[in-house]
Design a protein. Sequence first.
Length: 196
Amino acid sequence: MSTHACWRSLLLLCFIVLASRADWNEGQDFKMHWPQLPNPNGWDIDVTHYTLADDWLCTGTGPVKQVHLWISWTNDFVGVITNVHLSIHNDIPAVPNPPTPSRPAMPAIWQDNFGPGQFKMRPYSSGLQGWYDPVSNTWRRPDHTMIFQLNVPLKITMPFSQNAGTIYWLDVKLSVTNGLAGWKTSGPASRWIWPL
């Protein structure tokens, strides 16, 4: 059974005109509530076997032109990413009774796949980090040290246009060979898992 896990992980959506496959550096423009930078001593959640999601509040209407997120590889064994699947969803808000966290609405309102040559991975930083598999509830710490930034410029022919003041969800799933990639946490994780 495939599962879908939502985490308060890391993402950065950029809406500025940059060169193709451009990196994002702290201090550059963005149009979301804040950049969710990687916790160098945090956790990575398996994004090879599971689809992970995070929400963001749009602060400026316009097309989403790039997605930047941070990943690591279990045991620092860097594999090869063969596909990056991204999808954007509307938000289902949290409710207090019974307590239910916010989550992505189905179906996706935008989705696309990015193959080799359509994204770029670069070394970003390092720190002593842990690995988490959300379905088997397996925790390992320490597991790895290297942090990478994954930069995905979205295809101009199929942009997603966001509206200021709206909360959206970004879902991420990586297809890899010879390794296991994890999406890095930025702060406390909100653990919510459900079947696709």
